[in-house]
Design a protein around this ligand. Structure first.
Ligand SMILES: Cc1cc2nc3c(=O)[nH]c(=O)nc-3n(C[C@H](O)[C@H](O)[C@H](O)COP(=O)(O)OP(=O)(O)OC[C@H]3O[C@@H](n4cnc5c(N)ncnc54)[C@H](O)[C@@H]3O)c2cc1C
Length: 496
């Protein structure tokens, strides 16, 4: 039986970051991925010779001296990444009530740009960016250098995102514009907390970049580092059981057959899924299992990928957020079966920087909309599922057209994914895009510790704290800090 110091279940960003950190620190690690392709949401797949990204359209805090840059530098991959900085004058464009509003990079530019549309709002916008900066500074390279991973931000988790924006400005149009990219965090007026809103928006205002030729280069880079450090990374290796004896995890079972031994196991899989894998034991109580099972997840995403005709449609170095209703916050009741908002992102390709090859269009979708196919497997969902996806794609293209963007004549081929795709490929509960909701009314309920009651089983990934590249990275550092010491690891990354 193979033996490892650390077994990591899942090769999403969280799993690979933990594998990178721990293999750099001399542990013998083994990362197990159920799919053929590594990377989870950092996976890029090919259709008609083009690369399609599954779950990363842009990444923030990537300027030198900022968190993501520093982490990738520590990991040893930053200088190998192919990235393109988004348009500093308009990295995001929000379409709302027949007008377009740009988000510019840098606090002063952000304020100046929005002041053109809202001239009387300069002081309020200053207050808004100051708050974003305050939340953003809870995680910084300066803190890491001092041995601090993150400073306390609970009061912002306890604050409503929509409520805080409304306290900053009474102008309803500006409120909507500031919440215009809420799709980035599964934004819901009644639930979303200000911490996530601010952390994510701040990271993009600091430095928003797009990967050239797909985000999978991050996964590939970290896999090379892990293997270079003597670690093992295996695909087509689904963990089907976490073996517990004498109240300690002994190892895992792969694909229902082979067993491997590990001193520690880290799960990058949703905590609810993880618990279904763990052998019955006396440490993990039923109350904990019930709590985890009861946690709500964010909505999922329907993605329409457009393969564009050659040299036909210009590449846009920004993302577009389109809104059809007066309320930019997604509302399940109003929006089921309709398209009320979407995000358009053009993928960057090294083959051509003037024209776009692939456009991704994302819109929220709850798995409830797919109830007819809940008990089906991929490729076995039949003609009605195909017709449903085609109808949704047409609806999305019409929605975009109603905002003055007509893509129809430029499309060579279309592909779609639904929350069921994410449920079945990356194993996210309910096909959720961003995992467990941290509702501002009771965020503590949504927080799951990186530690479990089994002392050698740890958790990591987007469900624990904040999702997205930045949030998952923070959690990876916390998870690995449980083994290495938080202060030691923070300093190591901060001074890399
Ligand atoms: C449509 C979409 C768009 C997004 N856009 C952005 C963006 O632009 N910027 C941004 O920062 N964030 C974005 N995000 C969020 C970001 O992609 C995620 O928060 C992050 O990548 C999640 O990483 P993770 O490691 O927690 O999990 P995942 O990426 O879900 O990885 C989990 C891995 O575990 C594997 N696995 C599951 N079960 C098993 C098992 N039993 N055995 C072995 N392996 C298993 C899965 O196959 C998967 O590879 C987006 C997400 C979605 C869905």
């Amino acid at each position: 039986m193979s033996k490892y110091d650390i077994i990591i279940i899942g090769s999403g960003l969280g799993g690979l970051e933990c594998g990178t950190i721990l293999s750099k620190e001399g542990y013998n690690v083994c990362v197990l991925e159920k799919n053929e392709l590594f990377g989870g949401c950092f996976q890029t797949y090919r259709r008609k010779g083009h690369l399609l990204d599954t779950g990363i359209h842009y990444i923030g805090s990537l300027n030198e001296g900022q968190m993501m840059h520093q982490f990738f530098r520590y990991a040893g991959i930053m200088d190998k990444l192919k990235v393109r900085k988004l348009d500093e004058n308009a990295f995001d464009k929000v379409y709302y009530k027949n007008r377009e509003y740009d988000y510019a990079m840098g606090y002063e530019s952000f304020i100046d740009t929005l002041c053109k549309a809202f001239p009387g709002e300069r002081e309020n916008l200053r207050q808004y960016t100051a708050l974003l900066a305050e939340v953003g500074s809870l995680i910084s390279v300066e803190n890491l250098k001092k041995g601090i991973i993150s400073t306390e931000g609970m009061k912002y988790f306890n604050t409503s995102a929509a409520g805080m924006i409304a306290r900053i400005t009474s102008n309803p149009d500006l409120q909507s514009v500031l919440a215009g990219s809420a799709l980035l965090y599964g934004g819901l007026r009644e639930h979303s907390n200000f911490y996530e809103h601010a952390m994510i928006n701040n990271s993009y205002i600091q430095g928003a970049y797009r990967f050239i030729d797909g985000s999978m280069q991050v996964a590939d880079g970290m896999i090379n580092v892990i293997r270079g450090n003597g670690g093992t990374v295996l695909n087509s290796s689904e963990v089907t059981r976490i073996i517990v004896e004498n109240n300690r995890v002994q190892g895992v079972e792969i694909n229902g057959t082979e067993q491997i031994e590990g001193k520690y196991v880290i799960s990058n899989v949703h905590p609810k899924q993880t618990l279904t894998l763990v052998d019955k034991n006396r440490c993990i109580k039923n109350a904990y299992i019930s709590r985890i099972n009861s946690l709500e997840n964010t909505y999922g995403i329907f993605t329409l990928y457009l393969i564009m005709k050659e040299k036909c449609y210009p590449y846009m170095n920004r993302n577009l957020y389109l809104h059809g209703d007066n309320d930019v916050w997604y509302n399940k009741k109003n929006s089921m079966g309709r398209t009320t908002n979407c995000m358009i992102s053009t993928q960057a390709s090294s083959r051509n920087s003037d024209y776009v090859e692939v456009i991704s269009i994302l819109t929220p979708m709850y798995i409830d909309e797919l109830s007819a196919w809940l008990n089906t497997l991929p490729e076995q969902r039949g003609e009605e599922y195909k017709a449903f996806k085609k109808e949704k794609a047409t609806q999305l293209l019409d929605f975009i057209k109603s905002h003055g963007i007509d893509l129809t004549g430029h499309i060579e081929a279309m592909y779609t994914t639904t929350p069921l795709s994410y449920r079945d490929f990356t194993g996210t509960c309910d096909g959720s895009a961003y995992g467990i909701i941290k509702d501002y009314k009771c965020p503590q309920i949504g927080f799951v510790s990186t530690r479990t009651k089994l002392e050698n089983l740890f958790l990591t990934g987007q469900n624990l704290n904040v999702h997205g590249a930045l949030g998952v990275t923070l959690t990876s550092i916390i998870t690995c800090g449980e083994l290495l010491g938080h202060e030691y690891l923070a300093k190591k990354i901060g001074h890399a």
